[in-house]
Design a protein around this ligand. Structure first.
Ligand code: TGC
Ligand code: FAD
Length: 391
């Protein structure tokens, strides 16, 4: 499938970007066209994560874009990070998932909550993709309510003994290290670095997904796993520690979803101008123009939201609730555009000849993970009323 993507910029937002932002975006876009677009449909059809792209993701700076250079990261600002996520998700949400997890859910907690020895041991290897990471928060009985987790560890003097299970974990089947959130004997949540090869640690893959098929999802199972004491993240504990990582990943998704939406819009626009019915291109009919005009309007609004959030992130002023609003709005926008774009293509829209159906199915995961659509609405509700409606 030839990748003819042309990025929409209806409000000339490029004027707001620095030269560095544009260079980073172009490099990522070119890489996605060359390395992701030609193989992704096949990978998704076969439900295989394309491991061959890991090295390239490291080379373009997609692993730890904002992590300082001294630890192997790219040392970029938050808008560059967002643009990288946008361009990768333009190719596929599953590939963006791999980059999000590695950057914001594995490298970020090691950088923010780890000690210097942990930073030096893990971050450079994670930045190149030599090591891959996963993030274990969700459990079979605790999804939206991670504070109820039962995975636990006991202090055995020389080591910690870890027991429990995590479910729905991106990258789990092949991860070299997992950042695992578990309760100590007092019920306080801590982060532990669990390495592949530790006795009692297994990572079975979850099969039969209709969504995010080019991303590997699995379980993290701990049966009396002995964790060296130096593998505990010392810098922060309590539920706020994993939730702090989610702020960073959700921010990346707010940008990423725009990429998926842009790809669906661009595909539908091109198709509508070429497809002739009743003697005219279907783009000439008002019903199709309404779809396309609404798509570009929603994409433009989402771009503005993400850009402003990026500015606030750069100034360390973005709140959890602002990030929730952008994640929720932009993923919802993308999924609606995917559904409309699919219809513009008629029967062709359901085939793997075009990316739309793959995006549409992927976005069903994106609207659920990192906090569901409902949970983000409740976060906004709590922020504006001061009253929690979760419990
Ligand atoms: P609540 O009582 O509100 O808060 C507990 C403690 O956490 C603090 N806190 C935060 N700290 C830092 N950053 C944040 N964003 C924070 N939000 C809250 C809070 O101040 C409190 O601190 P303290 O010291 O008073 O204890 O917690 P709650 O139990 O009522 O839950 C709130 C809720 C529902 C919003 C939260 O649990 C939530 O966000 N649930 C959704 C779960 C979720 O998003 N899971 C994602 C799993 S990872 C994933 O999906 C990866 S997919 C990756 C991919 O493939 O791309
Ligand atoms: P539930 O929490 O059971 O929710 C079910 C429904 O109830 C939802 O519609 C929800 O909105 C609603 N609901 C729940 N509570 C309330 C409430 N208080 N008020 C109103 N409605 C409510 N997790 C990780 O830790 N690491 C990962 O890498 C990871 N990767 C994932 C990859 C994929 C492909 C998927 C699908 C999920 C992944 N997750 C991961 C898990 C994801 O974060 C959870 O699925 C998500 O947080 C929701 O949890 P749940 O599926 O248990 O749904």
């Amino acid at each position: 499938m030839q990748d003819l993507f042309q990025s929409p910029d209806y409000y000339q937002l490029d004027d707001l970007l620095t030269e560095e932002h544009k260079v980073v975006r172009t490099a990522t876009r070119d890489w996605v066209k060359k390395e992701v677009s030609p193989i992704i449909e096949d990978a998704a059809q076969k439900a295989e994560f394309p491991k061959s792209i890991i090295k390239g993701l490291g080379e373009i700076g997609a692993f730890g874009p904002y992590i300082p250079v001294e630890y192997g990261g790219a040392g970029l600002d938050q808008i560059s990070y967002g643009l990288i996520m946008q361009e990768i998700e333009r190719g596929d949400s599953g590939v963006r998932s791999t980059a999000s997890v590695q950057s914001s859910l594995v490298m970020y907690p090691i950088w923010k909550y780890g000690n210097e020895a942990q930073r030096k041991k893990y971050l450079p290897k994670l930045a190149t993709g030599e090591w891959m990471g996963s993030f274990g928060l969700t459990e079979p009985d605790h999804g939206s309510n991670p504070g109820g987790m039962t995975t636990n560890f006991k202090d055995k003097g020389d080591y910690y003994l870890l027991n429990g299970a995590k479910l729905w974990i991106s990258n789990a089947p092949f991860c070299d290290v997992a950042v695992v959130w578990a309760k100590n004997e007092e019920g306080r949540i801590h982060g532990l670095l669990v390495e592949r090869g530790m006795e009692g640690f297994t990572t079975p893959e979850t099969h039969n997904k209709w969504s995010l098929r080019a991303s590997a999802t699995g379980e993290l199972i701990f049966q009396d796993v002995k964790i060296p004491k130096e593998n505990l993240l010392p810098g922060k504990n309590g539920l706020g520690a994993p939730l702090g990582c989610l702020d960073s990943a959700r921010y990346g998704i707010a940008w990423g979803a725009i990429g998926a939406a842009m790809d669906c819009y661009d595909t539908a626009l091109r198709y509508a101008k070429e497809r002739i019915q009743f003697g005219k291109p279907i783009a000439a009919y008002q019903l199709q123009q309404k779809k396309l005009a609404e798509m570009i309007t929603e994409i433009t609004k989402a771009q503005l939201l993400a850009y402003r959030l990026g500015q606030l992130k750069n100034e360390n002023r973005a709140t959890t609730a602002q990030i929730s609003m952008a994640k929720r709005n932009n993923v919802d926008m993308a999924i609606k555009i995917a559904r409309e774009a699919r219809q513009v293509l008629g029967a062709m829209g359901i085939t793997g000849e075009y990316s739309i159906m793959r995006h549409m199915m992927n976005l069903e995961s994106v609207i659920t993970y990192e906090g569901t659509h409902d949970i983000h609405l409740l976060i906004t509700g709590m922020d504006i009323t001061g009253i929690s409606a979760f419990k």
